[in-house]
Design a protein. Structure first.
Lengths: 422, 289, 320
């Protein structure tokens, strides 16, 4: 009994010592020179590739911000936390950043399944959270949550693209990843297809990260679709392209993708004729950003959702400077004017937030692959390949969600907007 | 300072919830020898039941009770699948069943919005106090159970079905009772988990969560209830504490985060190599004849 | 039964490509089976579930990748060298990690292997990054055979796996070390009493098991793609294969792999409308196939079915 007690005691002392050792940098942290902002992103786990690229985009922004004099006259520094692809780790990181590191702002969460719980936790603690995840539920989390990319309800354009490009198409097939964004896209596409009188012949929701899609692709091709709508991560896109080709599917013009840039591979023949939308990185500063990225990392970002994080970082820096304070509510209120006056790289550059802190519109470019390069694709005789989603009424007048706000909403407005969810 | 205490309180709450899951697993595997690789199913069903019940307007406390009830049933069903399956075989079967549940929650959007998951807006008053209180209660309950005649029988079952059967014990009933209690505790933990994050999604129900709970049990010392608490604390310290390691200059954050996971894996390995019985080995009990 | 009807020429399945399903199933079975052999061997000789086994497959693929691309070696040589190296890595892993736990309860090495798996997987990411990589070869359209497509790598995979399995069978049945392996698996104490050096057998098992795992990883990456998380998606299918076949049975693992391969591909390809239409009497529904989102569940269903009827897996005895 005594022996056991001794070992128990020594073990608990050891654990306590170890935890103090681990925590000591936080306890003795200076609130001195740099301004620290939190980042929560998936650096390991299933979305590691995208997560890594998003972080790189943020780091480019931080370098530029510091070259321009930093934030409040001090250098900006990121405290980066890995969310491991698990919601539990994401929320843990959020709590740590908010309560231990006491950051006023957190940027991150590429995956909707992590953005939601993290956003809820941070909003409760009144920490500003800027993400670019796409689930519609982000809209109603709270006033401290901002999004620099469009949410799912804004991306219906693909079905219309198909209809305009192939007026005789009757049967559509769907190939989406089985996660929040894929399920949202599939649902939105199916509904839009039905509205336009098209048949939704098959819907493949594939397991992200699985390597062998032959069975799924076989089922998809067996349903003889006239056009296939898809949204895929680039890891999976490369295998799917290859397996389609090996299966004898040579007519890639069947495919329309919500995220066309995911299909870029080494081999142009695997994507020739594929069409789709690309979340535009076509803001006036886009080329310079892409060039910086390539110069620093040797190749371009793999996902169009990395540039919105670059914009997010810049908007945050501006907001802190405008608020001239590190108080998170002051920063939050400055986010609207900061975005309103910001010229971004993602979308078409206009990153203004609507009253929900979401993007007031979404812009995608209609593109196709010619010889391995994405080139503009025009339908219906139009000379403009940019599809804009606008929140508008039947006459085409913008509804209030479609108007970028100059200033933050008032407290009364917040109360009525979020009354159901608070 | 107050915020730092808030973080500690959050850590304690999370640790308590997982300690309950670990204690539930230890009752099944450590005491009764039921190798449950599907333990996360209690977290999953418990949290989802609570979230769906709350969504329909049911009182929060009732939702928790409902979650415990449903998970007790799940435990019973699981126990019926054990039959004559030994060790790892039932492990894979329980894993398969847990995964099927997760896939159903993922794919059937009408149940709980599929991959998007459910938000939990209601909060439990005195949430942290309730969690800690429940953990202490479960700890006490299991200490009593493990030392009781019931505990003696299930430990006999762990060593093999023949002896208890020879003594006239209905092995199946004992297994059912074990899984029912394990399920109830797991369901309680799952329900509280839903309140903790105010959210539940299929991503919370992946097999990796089960294996982390297993590490808590084995590192702590299976069969020893106090050890389990210790094991949970150690694993939590590993995962959370490693976030605080000083930033080694010159290494990119992405490499650093991968190395953090390497460190966690290596430490788990080292503990098993040098303390194979776990932090607190099972108490050898002697009974005077 | 429905499957038989569905496959018959009189069946309703006009659109299912039977030959393609067979090819795809055999490829999946080959890839999973070769990795499963190593896992079931460790199970039988060392009596624990090795969660790090699948990660050694991924590591082997990366080693081959380094030889093939960075050092620009011929692909076949890269494979052979990588497999041999990984065989020795297996022995090192045993010496370094698992030997201490020889006489400890079986959960101890199991959790240690979990830690090792996490360490290997993220160590790979730390070294090579999270992005996917490919071996150095050109992508061609598949060859058309019996109305289905089979690619050159896939033909290579089948050939290699068949050769490997024949070689293993020969080794097991006809060599001394093979006999020693079978003896140790059946009764370790008796084997030692017959002056079989069990530690030598253990080393050999790790060598072959890890080597085969590496081979499986390389073939899988050749057929699809390589990234640090390959193991994540393989670990449960491989374990299911081992358990369906029966722990410790290599021939069971081969059968288990075939069952899993066919179940997955048939399950998604079969048109169940024939059954739902009352076996051709009515015409309620057009085409009903299992939603692809449930494809992972097929393996689980197979495991549940097999274990319900054969609680020790398909193999007759728990023996090699």
């Amino acid at each position: 009994m005594t022996k056991r007690f001794k070992s128990l005691r020594s073990l608990s002392i050891l654990s306590a010592l170890v935890s103090v050792l681990f925590m000591s940098p936080a306890l003795f942290a200076q609130s001195g020179e740099p301004v620290k902002i939190g980042v929560i992103i998936g650096l390991t786990g299933p979305n590691a590739v995208a997560g890594n690229d998003c972080l790189k985009a943020m780091q480019i922004a931080v370098e530029e911000i510091n070259q321009a004099g930093g934030v409040l006259g001090r250098p900006l520094e990121l405290i980066v936390e890995d969310n491991e692809g698990r919601p539990k780790a994401g929320v843990e990181a959020a709590n740590k950043l908010a309560d231990v590191d006491k950051v006023p702002v957190v940027v991150g969460a590429y995956s909707s399944g992590i953005a939601l719980p993290v956003g809820q936790a941070l909003n409760k603690k009144k920490v500003v959270f800027v993400t670019d995840a796409t689930t519609n539920k982000l809209k109603t989390v709270g006033p401290y949550l901002f999004n620099t990319a469009g949410i799912a309800e804004q991306a219906v354009a693909l079905v219309d693209f198909v209809k305009a490009d192939k007026p005789d198409a009757k049967n559509l097939g769907g190939l989406f990843m089985n996660n929040p964004i894929g399920q949202d896209r599939a649902a939105v596409s199916e509904q839009r297809a039905k509205e336009l009188g098209l048949e939704w012949a098959s819907n493949m929701l594939y397991q992200v990260g699985a390597k062998d899609f032959r069975a799924e692709l076989q089922q998809l091709m067996d349903s003889k679709p006239d056009a296939i709508l898809t949204d895929i991560y680039d890891n999976d896109a490369q295998i799917i392209q290859r397996q389609l080709f090996e299966m004898g599917v040579t007519d890639m013009s069947l495919f329309y993708s919500y995220n066309l840039s995911a299909f870029a591979t080494l081999d142009p023949k695997l994507m020739e004729g594929m069409k789709g939308l690309s979340y535009v990185t076509a803001g006036p500063r886009a080329q310079q950003f892409t060039d910086s990225f390539v110069a620093q990392h040797g190749k371009t970002y793999t996902d169009a959702w990395a540039p919105p994080f670059y914009d997010a970082m810049w908007i945050v820096a501006k907001a802190i400077n405008m608020a001239h304070s590190l108080d998170s509510t002051a920063i939050r209120n400055a986010m609207w004017p900061a975005a309103y006056h910001h010229l971004g790289v993602s979308g078409q550059g206009d990153k203004g937030f609507n009253q929900w802190g979401m993007q007031h519109g979404d812009q995608n470019a209609q593109l196709t692959y010619v010889n391995g390069e994405m080139t503009p694709y025009y339908t219906g005789g139009s000379s403009n390949n940019i599809i804009e989603f606008k929140y508008a009424d039947a006459e085409g007048n913008p509804t209030d969600q479609g108007i970028p706000r100059h200033w933050a909403p008032t407290e009364e407005e917040f109360k009525s907007m979020y009354s159901d969810t608070q | 300072m107050e915020q730092l205490l808030g973080f500690f309180l959050y850590l304690i709450t999370v640790t308590c919830i997982f300690a309950m899951l670990a204690m539930s697993l230890d009752l099944q595997v450590g005491s009764c020898g039921l190798v449950n690789f599907g333990q996360v199913v209690f977290l999953c069903v418990g949290a989802y039941t609570t979230a769906i019940a709350l969504d329909k307007g049911i009182n929060p406390f009732l939702s928790v009770v409902l979650a415990m009830f449903v998970c007790t049933l799940v435990g019973l069903v699981l126990s019926l699948t054990v039959r004559n399956l030994s060790g790892t075989y039932w492990g894979i079967l329980s894993l398969s069943l847990a995964e099927v549940v997760r896939l159903v929650m993922l794919n059937e959007r009408w149940i709980a919005d599929g991959a998007n998951g459910l938000s939990v807006i209601t909060t439990l008053p005195y949430f942290n106090v309730i969690v800690i209180g429940c953990t202490i209660f479960v700890y006490g309950l299991l200490r009593i159970l493990v030392g009781s005649p019931f505990g003696r029988v299930i430990r006999m079952i762990r060593e093999g079905d023949r002896l208890p059967q020879a003594l006239g014990k209905n092995v199946l009933v004992f297994k059912m009772e074990t899984m029912a209690i394990g399920g109830a505790i797991g369901g309680l933990a799952g329900a509280l988990y839903a309140f903790l994050n105010s959210y539940i999604s299929p991503d919370d129900c992946l097999p990796i969560e089960t294996f982390i709970i297993w590490a808590m049990v084995i590192l702590g010392g299976r069969g020893n209830v106090t050890g389990i608490i210790l094991g949970t604390v150690i694993i939590q310290i590993l995962f959370v504490g490693s976030r605080f390691l000083p930033n080694i200059v010159g290494i990119e954050p992405d490499t650093l985060s991968a190395l953090r996971m390497v460190l966690i894996g290596a430490l788990i390995m080292l503990v098993m190599m040098f303390r194979p019985e776990g932090a607190l080995p099972e108490r050898k009990r002697s009974y005077s004849i | 039964m429905p499957a038989v009807i569905a496959l018959s020429p009189l069946g309703h399945n006009k659109t299912m490509n039977v030959a393609q399903v067979i090819f795809n199933s055999v490829i999946t079975a080959a890839e999973l089976g070769i990795i499963a052999i190593g896992l079931t061997l460790t199970f039988s000789i060392l009596k624990f579930a090795n969660f790090a086994h699948v990660e050694t497959a991924v590591l082997g693929a990366y080693v081959a990748y380094v030889f093939n691309t960075t050092l620009d070696w011929n692909f076949t040589i890269a494979i052979i060298v990588a497999v041999l190296i990984m065989g020795f890595v297996g022995i090192v892993i045993d010496r370094g990690v698992f030997r201490i736990m020889r006489n400890k309860p079986d959960v101890t090495p199991m959790i240690a292997s979990l830690g090792l798996a996490i360490a290997i997987r993220h160590g790979i990411q730390a070294i090579w990054g999270p992005q996917h990589v490919r071996f150095d070869f050109e992508i061609h359209q598949g060859l058309k055979l019996f109305g289905a497509f089979i690619t050159r790598p896939q033909i290579g995979i089948i050939v290699i796996v068949v050769i490997a399995m024949i070689a293993f069978h020969v080794m097991l049945k006809f060599t001394r070390i093979g006999k020693a392996m079978r003896a140790t698996a059946t009764n370790p104490e008796l084997a030692q009493a017959c002056s079989i050096d069990t530690e030598k057998v253990v080393r050999f098992v790790w060598f072959i098991g890890t080597g085969f795992a590496a081979l499986g990883g390389i073939l899988f990456a050749w057929d699809t793609q390589l990234d640090p998380y390959l193991g994540f998606n393989l670990v449960i299918p491989v374990f299911c294969v081992v358990l369906i076949g029966g722990i410790g049975s290599v021939y069971g693992a081969i059968v288990g792999a075939l069952i899993v391969g066919f179940a997955q591909n048939l399950g998604v390809a079969l048109d169940f409308s024939f059954v739902l239409n009352g076996f051709g009497l009515f015409d309620f529904v057009d085409q009903v196939r299992l939603p692809v989102a449930y494809k992972p569940a097929i393996i689980y269903a197979a495991v549940i079915l097999v274990l319900m009827f054969r609680p020790h897996g398909l193999a007759k005895r728990e023996m090699l």
